[in-house]
Write a new protein. Structure first.
Lengths: 644, 723
């Protein structure tokens, strides 16, 4: 009989999987789901039925995914529908296969048409396909699950992550029919074995609670990728719970599950000391989202199409075509190439195996604010490689929080990756009142420390120090303008450039009117600022003027004294400072005043300025600084003509 | 602007330089040339036209210099006139650096020649002038006090820096004498005097490349509405940190036509020949069902610009190309303040910058200073919105005060927006919450009191806040401070490339220790903390192997049950149950749920279920055979590449199952057959693309590293991929 040396769970070695996510909404359209909430005079009262809330949620998720996961798939399957429509027209079972299941949006990367269809259904209630008519007989859950199974198996084969979100209010769909329940349970296990994970979002009604024990507990499995200590509660969405409407409550529950949890690295050895290693997983909890790059579109056919680019390589001088196998890697050196064989290349870049190896601990205060170079990675223990990792990790975490210390570690993220020195910083638990980041989980962070090579020198320092009086005035302002709860909370600030980009794209894609003004939550609330601190700002400005006058007086005296002391080298310097102080008397917001610039332009002396000086003048006016000197001069001349 | 440089190296080529000294096995010449080559190759690597190098040979057999006519200038040769140096220059120079058969030659005369070379070359222009002299100082120098002081004066006039490389203890009298003379000269012209040993030691410390300050923003920093007497301070913002670029390797090809290269010497050819750069050309295709392969090539000129919205292409016309860009005006505006304690460093999204008052602007300086001091006194940070230039996307940054004796500024780092944060959930680390909502403070996954204690002691013992040794030998300085951290990859590549350029035939040199100094804890520190660590290890009871060596029961309500594997017996497997704990495997054995044959439409689940529940080897083998047939059918029925991903998934599942059951031979036989069928076109035409995909996904033969009983070696498994 076969005997395994090491257990190889299928969850662990899916290297052949593609890193893509497919999400299928399975939404119940039964009569009870469509029941409107009781009428109320309260403006904040719920107006959405369970179904409307579910569809609105799906619509919102679809829009968000186009931005955040542009390559990932999504689909919507309705069940308990009068009509039936299956995944695939060519399916030999036809629509008979899954009665009362209706594939409303086929699983795929969403297209503008899908968004449009869903939008008109959600916002205008236009049900052109008449799909929202509930069936007289309910669909069986076994059919719903097998339909989802077929959709996933054929439309999203080999995806690294496949999930079904079921939204329903029926806690006993087969009315305790044991045979039907068992058949559903078997189909649920099929989905699990296929690697599809089911999440249930129960919709509760006012008068009753959703009882998972009646049926659904046989259907829901633990997510194999979840942490061992994670109990994974099923969150019921209900009107009025936590003072939220049904829609808000459903959105909140779905939001927390919307992105599949993907590890950035796993089975990472974490060497706390020589001879003490535990295993951790790493997660990218921060990922800069930017508008997707523009692409090339082919317009000559009926429908616009994206042109797919391919790269052909040629030898530079002879333009001879180059085969892939011919390519070699070399470094430029003194105008020629220095070559290493692939083995030598590996040797050059080899700094050891992947690891996080602690080399010591430091006071947290030694980690200066400016020592920032790139985003941090969140790490969390896993028992995969070493049993007992979680408790050791937790002990380290508690110690670092308590003693205000950070670990310093040598980190190689992947095989042959560039080594990086990181500080290991704890994030407090979310229930901790002292936490400055209640939106982030408790754990440790790998915070990259810059190398000496990454630190830049600043300009020549110059200093004019504030007076105590002036600082006091500023303190009044600073004290008045605290952020809400004294925190920076990212969820309050959507990226205005990103949102605008997709808003316009959506309008163009759906052939709607293009909006004219973006929402920008990052704009300072100037009205509130002047209301709260307007008076203090004025006082501060007045004191600043006094302090400045005093400072300049002193400076002038000192200069005279210096001039008396030593006449020779001074005149040169004096003109310079004199020019500088003259500058500050004017507007001062640019390297040269507009008047002075105009004079230069008119006299033609502008051509005598150096390129660096010209650039400075241009930059100060937010003008383009590219091009040759003649271009720069021309640009300035034009600017003066138009503006001064 | 980059500084211009004129550097002359005077190299002692005397016959005594061919000897080995002080227990070295390397001749003095090669040893001391390390330093010179390193310096020269640094210049070559920079590839700057304004950095000029000249080389003078001292104690050469011939005499070849502009002053050869005069007395005392014999046996000195100009090996290379001042000029920019490339690889070709480096190679021809290498040939000339050979020990001569004489030991006659006056190094003072050589210095005079070098001075003349520099003077002729640089005239009165602005240059950094330098002379390096490397000699063993064994031969006679005309002792002429007057000449020495004259040279020094002239040297100062010309602004030439002089550096001597000299060497060795246990010197001859002659040498000691010469050293004294040259020391006198270097002192007289503020030069440096050192031994080659020192110079070579200095080489191991990586050199940092200074970068000019880069201004990222210039304009007002405001608070409040500009119309209503708001705060407005003119500031400049510069990079404080910015990732130094690691030299990239470029794609090259071996040049086909060797004859075009002018004589570079045979030995270099052997190191890899001549390379030509590779240029990339893009071609574009669109789907067109009427064409073979369903694709049609289109010309770049015929394409319009656009964006993807989901899978829909949105075309943006030329006149509207900026339509999706948000309109912004340049500005830097404070949004609000937060207490410093509420900011965590790990939320920063990138480089830091420094903000200083506008140059020569006292008003801005005093105002900014009051802002900085206020943040400092109230222990606050400011949040601000930054638009670097008109039309640039807005950023949110957090501003921190920095006050030093002679310097004040604000530092800023970028903050994440709502979209940049992923809301993954993780269970808490200090308690365990069960599915029923019960909170446990004691659990196998939580540290015991003892573990917390030993961890605390270990962490304190490994403190390196003041572990670095200061000038007095006391441990008072921060260990691994930023100034001491050199980017390992960057300097390693530079080192290897320079080494290869100078010594094309030698293997890659070892990594300099300074680059891996912080790869491990300091040995002495480790030793001191050893007992604490031993305590910790004992208390922690961490076991390697992880869950893999246990039977894992994924049960919803009981969190997890670990059952140690029996010494003998059945294969271990997952036992998976839903929340209710219903035994589905048992259910599947009941007649109404039993599955006779694997349904091709539900192949993966049914195959996995047979593997997980059956102990009958024949049943398992039969399931594998059925799976094989399903895979072949999928390939045959595939329209183009439609089913390929499914094939990969099925094959992957099959392979995993076979590895688990150690049926390597069965799987390997199947795969060999499949490969043959795919490549011969037996499975519905040309399926070579599928073969490439399988290769790319690593779905190959099961070798005997994976399954002991396999008769395929890893080498054979690799060979299998090669056609």
């Amino acid at each position: 009989m076969a005997k395994s040396l090491k257990k190889t769970s299928w969850m662990k070695m899916c290297i052949y999987k593609s890193q893509k996510d497919a999400l299928l909404f399975a939404i119940d359209v039964s009569k009870t789901m469509q029941k409107a909430p009781p009428a109320s005079d309260d403006k904040k009262a719920d107006t959405d039925s369970g179904l409307t809330a579910a569809l609105k949620c799906a619509y919102q998720v679809m829009q968000q995914r186009i931005i955040s996961n542009p390559k990932d798939m999504m689909g919507i399957l309705l069940f308990n529908t009068e009509k039936s429509k299956s995944n695939d027209e060519h399916d030999e079972r036809g629509s008979l296969g899954y009665p009362h299941c209706y594939v409303y949006v086929p699983l795929d990367v969403p297209a503008a048409d899908d968004v449009k269809k869903l939008k008109s259904l959600v916002e205008d209630g236009e049900d052109t396909e008449k799909v929202l008519t509930p069936s007289k007989e309910p669909a069986t859950i076994k059919d719903v699950l097998f339909c989802a199974n077929q959709i996933m198996a054929t439309k999203a084969p080999n995806f690294g992550s496949r999930r079904v979100f079921i939204i329903s209010d029926g806690d006993n769909p087969h009315l305790d029919d044991k045979k039907m329940n068992e058949a559903a349970a078997v189909r649920a296990k099929d989905l699990y074995d296929l690697g599809v994970f089911i999440t249930l979002f129960p919709v509760g009604h006012k008068d009753s609670t959703f009882d998972l024990g009646k049926f659904w507990n046989d259907i829901i499995f633990k997510d194999p990728l979840a942490e061992l200590t994670d109990p994974e509660t099923v969150l019921e969405s209900k009107s009025g719970s936590d003072g939220l409407t049904l829609l808000k409550s459903l959105i909140k529950n779905i939001d927390s599950k919307k992105t599949p949890k993907r590890a950035y690295f796993s089975s990472m050895p974490f060497e706390i000391g020589p001879g003490l290693t535990i295993s951790v997983k790493g997660y990218n909890l921060f990922q800069k989202q930017a508008p997707a790059r523009s692409c090339y579109v082919w317009l000559d056919d009926e429908k616009a199409q994206i042109a797919v680019g391919e790269t052909a390589r040629t030898e530079k001088d002879s333009t001879r075509d180059v085969e892939k196998g011919e390519l070699k890697k070399a470094y430029k050196f003194g105008g020629e190439y220095v070559y290493f064989s692939p083995e030598e290349q590996t040797e050059v870049k080899k700094f050891g195996e992947k690891t996080i190896r602690i080399i010591g601990f430091k006071d947290r205060s030694l980690l200066k604010f400016w020592m920032a170079i790139k985003k941090s990675i969140f790490i969390y223990p896993s028992e995969e490689g070493y049993v007992g990792s979680t408790r050791v990790f937790s002990a380290l975490w508690q110690k670092l929080v308590k003693s205000k210390k950070v670990g310093i570690a040598w980190h190689i993220a992947r095989k042959n990756a560039n080594p990086q020195l990181v500080a290991i910083i704890p994030s407090r638990s979310q229930s901790d009142e002292k936490s400055g980041t209640p939106y982030l989980p408790a754990g440790l962070w790998l915070y990259p420390i810059p190398f000496a090579d990454d630190v830049r020198a600043g300009p020549e320092p110059q200093i004019v120090r504030t007076t105590n009086e002036l600082t006091d005035k500023m303190n009044k302002i600073t004290g008045q303008l605290q952020m809400p709860r004294g925190l920076y909370e990212p969820h309050r600030y959507p990226n205005p450039a990103l949102q605008w980009h997709y808003k316009i794209l959506q309008a163009l894609a759906l052939e709607e009117e293009v909006p004219d003004k973006p929402d920008d939550a990052t704009m300072p609330k100037n009205k509130a600022i002047s209301k709260r601190a307007g008076g203090y700002l004025q006082e501060w400005a007045d004191v600043a003027d006094e302090a400045l006058a005093k400072h300049q007086e002193q400076k002038a005296i000192k200069r005279e004294l210096d001039a008396e002391d030593d006449d020779e080298p001074r005149p040169k310097k004096r003109t310079k400072t004199a020019a500088a102080s003259k500058k500050t008397d004017d507007d001062g917001s640019s390297a040269m005043t507009d008047a002075a610039l105009k004079k230069l332009v008119n006299s033609g002396d502008i051509t005598k300025m150096k390129v660096t000086e010209l650039k400075e003048v241009l930059t100060a006016r937010s003008l383009e600084t590219k091009g040759r000197k003649a271009d720069l001069v021309e640009r300035l001349e034009q600017w003066v003509e138009e503006n001064v | 602007m980059a500084d211009k440089e004129a550097t002359v190296y005077i190299v002692d080529l005397g016959s005594s330089m061919a000897d080995c000294h002080n227990g070295r096995v390397e001749p003095d010449m090669n040893w001391s040339m390390q330093y010179v080559w390193d310096r020269i190759s640094n210049t070559v690597a920079a590839n700057r036209k304004t950095w000029n190098i000249g080389v003078v040979g001292l104690k050469t057999d011939e005499t070849d210099n502009p002053m050869a006519e005069e007395d005392g200038y014999n046996n000195i040769s100009v090996l290379r006139e001042l000029g920019p140096m490339g690889m070709a220059g480096l190679r021809s120079l290498q040939e000339k650096i050979q020990p001569s058969s004489t030991d006659v030659g006056d190094c003072l005369s050589a210095i005079v020649i070098a001075m003349e070379m520099i003077q002729t070359f640089t005239k009165k222009l602005k240059y950094n002038r330098r002379i390096f002299l490397v000699t063993n100082g064994e031969s006679h120098i005309d002792e002429d006090e007057e000449a020495v002081s004259e040279i020094a004066t002239r040297m100062k006039e010309l602004g030439i820096e002089l550096t001597f490389g000299f060497k060795e203890e246990d010197k001859t009298e002659q040498k000691a004498n010469n050293e004294g003379l040259l020391k006198q000269l270097t002192d007289a012209c503020d030069g440096q005097f050192g031994t080659i040993a020192e110079a070579i030691a200095e080489l191991s410390v990586p050199r940092l490349k200074p970068v000019k300050p880069y201004k990222t923003y210039e304009g007002p920093l405001t608070l409040g509405d500009h119309q209503q007497g708001a705060m407005s301070i003119d500031v400049e913002r510069y990079f404080k940190t910015h990732k130094a670029t690691i030299p990239p390797a470029s794609n090259v090809v071996l040049q086909q036509n060797h004859a075009t290269q002018s004589g570079n010497g045979e030995e270099f050819q052997s190191s890899g020949g001549n390379f030509a750069a590779v240029s990339n050309e893009r071609t574009y295709t669109v789907n067109d069902p009427t064409k073979p392969k369903g694709k049609r090539e289109v010309l770049y000129e015929e394409l319009a610009k656009g964006y993807e919205y989901g899978r829909t292409a949105v075309h943006i016309s030329e006149s509207e190309h900026n339509i999706t860009k948000i309109e912004t005006t340049k500005g830097f505006a404070i949004v609000g303040f937060i207490p410093q304690d509420n900011f965590e460093p790990f939320v920063n999204m990138g480089d830091s910058c420094m903000i200083v008052p506008q140059k020569f602007n006292d008003e801005a300086a005093i105002k900014l200073s009051s802002f900085i001091h206020s943040l400092h006194e109230l222990e606050s940070y400011a949040i601000a919105r930054l638009v670097m230039k008109d039309g640039k996307e807005p950023l949110l940054v957090v501003l921190a005060p920095h006050i030093d004796l002679e310097f004040e500024c604000l530092y800023d780092v970028p903050l994440p927006f709502a979209e940049d944060v992923r809301s993954y959930k993780f269970p808490p680390l200090d308690k365990v919450v069960t599915v029923t909502g019960k909170v446990l403070n004691e659990h196998r996954q939580l540290p015991s009191h003892d573990l917390l204690e030993t961890m605390s002691e270990y962490v304190d013992a490994m403190d390196i806040s003041t572990y670095e040794v200061d000038d007095d030998g006391e441990r008072t300085q921060e260990y691994a401070a930023v100034d001491d951290l050199y980017c390992p990859t960057l300097h390693r590549i530079n080192q290897a490339v320079r080494h290869r350029a100078i010594y094309p035939d030698q293997p890659v040199p070892p990594i300099p220790p300074i680059l891996v100094k912080y790869a491990k804890p300091d040995e002495k520190l480790e030793e001191a903390a050893r007992t604490r660590l031993d305590d910790l290890i004992e208390t922690a009871e961490v076991k390697k192997g992880g869950l893999g060596s246990h039977i894992l029961i994924l049960h919803y309500t009981n969190l997890i049950i670990l059952v140690p594997p029996k010494a003998t017996g059945k294969r271990q497997r997952d036992k998976v149950m839903p929340r209710s704990g219903l035994d589905i495997d048992a259910l599947l054995k009941q007649p109404e749920h039993k599955r006779a044959k694997i349904d091709p439409n539900n192949a993966i689940p049914e195959f996995r279920q047979i593997f997980n529940t059956s102990d009958d080897e024949d049943v398992v083998k039969d399931a594998a055979k059925q799976m094989g047939q399903i895979i072949r059918d999928l390939i045959s029925d595939s329209m183009g590449d439609l089913n390929y991903e499914r094939v990969i998934e099925d094959l992957g599942v099959l392979r995993e199952g076979m590895v688990d059951f150690e049926f390597a031979a069965l799987f390997n036989a199947f795969l060999l057959d499949l490969k043959k069928k795919i490549l011969s076109g037996e499975l519905g035409g040309d399926r070579r693309e599928l073969w490439w995909m399988l290769k790319g996904k690593g779905l190959g033969l099961i070798d005997n590293l994976t399954v002991e009983s396999s008769d395929v070696t890893p080498e054979a498994a690799a060979e299998f991929y090669k056609k």
